[in-house]
Design a protein around this ligand. Structure first.
Ligand SMILES: Cc1cc2nc3c(=O)[nH]c(=O)nc-3n(C[C@H](O)[C@H](O)[C@H](O)COP(=O)(O)OP(=O)(O)OC[C@H]3O[C@@H](n4cnc5c(N)ncnc54)[C@H](O)[C@@H]3O)c2cc1C
Length: 440
């Protein structure tokens, strides 16, 4: 049997059940497809792929290619629309099976359906490699996924399991050979600009594993995680594993396993538990996105709650460019544009500002994050935005933060605002015209 393995958000060899299944073939074509539509602005004025993530992704692809080589394989990187590229490769190489990891997101699901429809003679299979649990090992059917995180957490904790059993496939010393080494058109991919600011992250499985080890066994930062995780700009205050997790360079089960191992051999406390707790948030949003499908992207959210918001271009521009009346928000937005990263606290504050202070449709904010974040993850991003906007997995609703109080608490000396130039000389106010439409 000839198999095409379509790498997506699982850019690793370790703990990859989908690749393991694909390895049971006579010939194996390993493919990654760079979609040109990622680089074109969408309905919310933003591109799906900004430069930080693109750089990280490319590094991860190069690292993956290096890991595949000793196994007799290479990575075919195609620049084109997957709905066209995958069927063409299947026909050209007489492929009888296509495998990839199961992903949340309606766009991703539609692509998969379109490809399957074009390949009636091929077996198309998806495996769950991006989550702690598989759908079958969740303590509830997907359609009964609780509407709140706490209920989900309680049900998971009742099982006594932190993740589904992990498959170690590092021990594989070979993969089936590829059907020749056809040229790919990777040279057509957009160029990767040099970073303006020293890059915080390097893509690839090894840098991700190194970071995991650093945060746990080497530096023991995990011991204080619960107390430090809200810091706005401290590289060791939280794990900063999100870019590798979002691209699947490391397996979330590996992270959970490391936490458990750390607790057995080093320290077990409320901070070590809390790191797993945060992974469980990620898990919750993963299944939440699969359950709710297109409702994840609707203005009124999964709750169908009327969310009054409009679009003010000048307010959105000011928010994106760090030019609002809120120095803390500006600083965090400048940090995001410069580095592709923002702390969880920062994300909550800028989201609250966009929704409640600027009165904008939350989906514009989510789209900007999608373009900017190096760790962009469809389920975590849209799940968190809905939550903050009060139309998602939050029975309380209205998560408005008092930005002044937050500044006093998290940036009492104004160091963060200074470092990221949050004091704007000419901040853009809420209105640019008066009631008679005269410019203010
Ligand atoms: C508006 C908004 C948008 C967000 N968009 C994304 C996104 O696109 N991609 C993304 O990975 N995270 C997103 N998050 C969640 C969170 O902010 C980041 O995961 C976290 O800041 C990454 O830093 P870290 O790896 O140091 O996290 P840590 O605090 O060390 O947490 C460990 C891991 O747990 C997961 N995690 C932590 N917090 C959350 C959370 N609230 N929701 C889901 N998973 C979580 C992440 O995988 C993270 O790497 C968003 C949060 C908000 C409020």
């Amino acid at each position: 049997m000839n198999t095409l393995y379509w790498f997506t958000r699982d850019l690793r060899l370790d703990d990859n059940t989908a690749l393991l299944a694909a390895s049971r073939s006579d010939m194996l074509l390993c493919v990654y497809v760079v979609d040109p539509r990622w680089f074109v602005p969408g309905p919310f004025q933003c591109m799906a792929m900004g430069t930080h993530r693109w750089r990280f992704l490319w590094q991860s692809l190069m690292a993956l290619e290096r890991s595949l080589r000793p196994l007799g394989q290479r990575l075919h990187i195609a620049f084109g629309e997957p709905e066209r590229v995958i069927p063409e490769l299947v026909h050209h190489h007489r492929i009888s099976r296509v495998i990839r990891s199961r992903q949340p997101g309606t766009w991703e699901a539609r692509q998969w359906r379109t490809i399957r429809d074009q390949l009636p003679d091929a077996v198309c299979q998806q495996f769950e490699t991006l989550s702690l649990f598989t759908e079958g090992s969740l303590p509830m059917p997907l359609q009964d996924l609780p509407e709140t995180f706490s209920q989900f957490r309680k049900q998971i904790e009742n099982t006594g399991e932190r993740y589904s059993e992990r498959l170690r496939i590092r021990t594989l010393t070979a993969l089936p050979p590829p059907p020749g080494f056809p040229d790919d058109n990777r040279g057509d991919c957009p160029p990767i600009p040099e970073p303006q600011h020293p890059a915080l992250f390097t893509g690839g499985e090894n840098p991700g594993l190194t970071r995991l080890r650093q945060f746990t066994f080497s530096n023991h930062d995990i011991d204080h995680y619960k107390d430090t995780r809200n810091a706005l700009d401290d590289p060791d205050a939280s794990s900063r594993l999100s870019p590798w997790l979002a691209n699947g360079c490391i397996s979330v089960r590996e992270v959970a396993e490391t936490i458990t191992h750390y607790e057995k051999t080093e320290t077990r406390n409320r901070s070590t538990y809390w790191l797993w707790f945060e992974l469980l948030w990620r898990e919750y949003f993963f299944w939440y996105a699969l359950k709710h499908g297109a409702n994840l992207f609707r203005r009124d959210g999964v709750q169908g709650k009327k969310h009054t918001a409009t679009f003010y271009p000048h307010r959105f521009k000011a928010w994106c460019e760090g030019n609002t009346e809120f120095p803390l928000v500006n600083a965090a937005m400048n940090q995001l544009r410069a580095t592709g990263y923002m702390s969880n606290r920062g994300r909550q504050l800028v989201a609250s500002c966009l929704v409640y202070e600027l009165g904008l449709d939350w989906r514009y904010g989510a789209a900007w994050f999608e373009q900017q974040l190096v760790d962009y993850d469809v389920a975590s991003n849209y799940g968190n935005w809905q939550y903050l906007a009060g139309v998602g997995a939050d029975p309380r609703g209205l998560r408005q933060f008092n930005l002044e109080k937050q500044a006093q608490q998290y940036d009492p000396d104004g160091e963060f605002v200074r470092r990221w130039r949050g004091q704007s000389d000419q901040p853009v106010g809420l209105h640019t015209v008066d009631a008679a439409d005269w410019p203010l």
